[in-house]
Design a protein around this ligand. Sequence first.
Ligand code: PEP
Ligand code: MG
Length: 538
Amino acid sequence: MKKGIAASKGYAIGNVVLKVKEEEIIVERKIDNLDSEKERLQKALTTSRDQLERIKDKAEAEMGADKAAVFESHMMLLDDPEFVGAIESGVEANMINAEKVLKDVVDMYVSIFDSMEDEYMKERAADVKDVGNRILNNLLGKSMNDIGELKNNTVIVAHDLTPSDTAELDKSKVIAFLTNIGGRTSHSAIMARTLEIPAIVGMGDITDTVKNGDFIIVDGIEGIVIINPTEEQINEYNLRKVEFEAEKEELKKLANVETKTKAGRRIEVVGNIGKPEDVHKVLENGGEGVGLFRTEFLYMDRETMPTEEEQFEAYKYAAEKLDGKPLVIRTLDIGGDKKLPYLPMPEEMNPFLGYRAIRLCLDQVDLFKIQLRALLRASAFGNLKIMFPMISSVQEFLEAKKILAECMGELKAQGKAFNESLETGIMIEIPSAAVMADELAKHVDFFSIGTNDLIQYTLAADRMNEKVSYLYDPMHPAVLRLIKMTIDAAHKEGKWCGMCGEMAGDETAVPTLLEYGLDEFSMSASSILRAKQIIINS
Ligand code: PEP
Ligand code: MG
């Protein structure tokens, strides 16, 4: 059994597919058992030989002996005492993992062959690389980047998943995922909750503990993985799964109930989305609008920046589907753990404290304006509000508003419709903004507290780092004080205050937030019904 940080609720029973990146595989690792490392290497060599034998026979039958000869030379390399000896002695001399030594030996052979004049010898470099990759895959019992055709009931196991990796998961096949690193508010964990698939993060070395094809149980509630479970455990978890689903069904009765406390205070329970189509999940789960549209996901998984037209269509779609319900759209929050392949970003020591979100947008005004124009145009089709992320001072908000006003002027000149009185607000996710909330409240229409970042900045505890997750405490008195200050400051100016960090959907935090007077709770679709239930019963 292995334990990690429960990141997305639910149970899954299925088979492991390891998703391992080459650079993650070939890190140097100290070993303490030389014999077992040598045995691992021998096993990988034998498997590689068997595979090549089969491939050679097939090639001979289908393409003739001359075409099959290349595999013969690959097999010869596997039996070459110098090649294999170099790997073995490297492992022994340095007491490190075979993968790392294999890579070094292959690199050395490749550079020797590459430097030769003779074309035939140059070609040998490719053969060595090919054989090296084969041994590496067998050494790890893992596929490399390519996870290929997935079977049903797949549990993805990875060192880490980027937000875009997670967004790409095929939900018809992938029933859960596990990662070595990460915390509850890493974007991969947030995505898992949106996808409503169980996930456990911060598992330490799960990629070394399981193999491809292992049969496992994932308990996304307790954060536990059971590898090769007994019949009894499988039955027990099948039962838990049925109960969990039944409970979810029962909660669905609240979907169309307006959220009010027992005392009659109206509270808005809304959803966080990453793509326009996610509004359906929010509505199905009883969401009363959207409190956070993370627009950066529109910018991911593509080669070029989305155009104004593409963005307009996406925002308009969400606005129309929400049919008058509030839709808070956050402007581009790129940087931190979210990168774009086509937008060069500087290498930074502390990307979460660096060039990201509003800082980047205020610096790259052309890029910002494309999004603002699209947002304004979409505001003609629903109850759309614009929210700026990572605001740390009044000055930044005023600058953003100034650019927004320029966009309004441009659209007016072009005769394009937009809602002239649309609300603009900010995320309170930097401690300086929470401390200065009384000043900021005079300028904005609303606040939304981004606790995912606010907690990490207040407590100096990286939200992605499982090693400090014990410090990352939403209920820390310092965090609670900042939250209370922010809500009070908004109310003093007659403005509303929401929360779109994961804390808003945390069942243990909801009663406290209600008591503080929070007006709007925005969360992953999968958390909405339970939050509604707590509020209705309060
Ligand atoms: C937050 O920081 O709380 C938040 C909602 O934004 P993100 O998780 O996208 O940083
Ligand atoms: Mg944030």
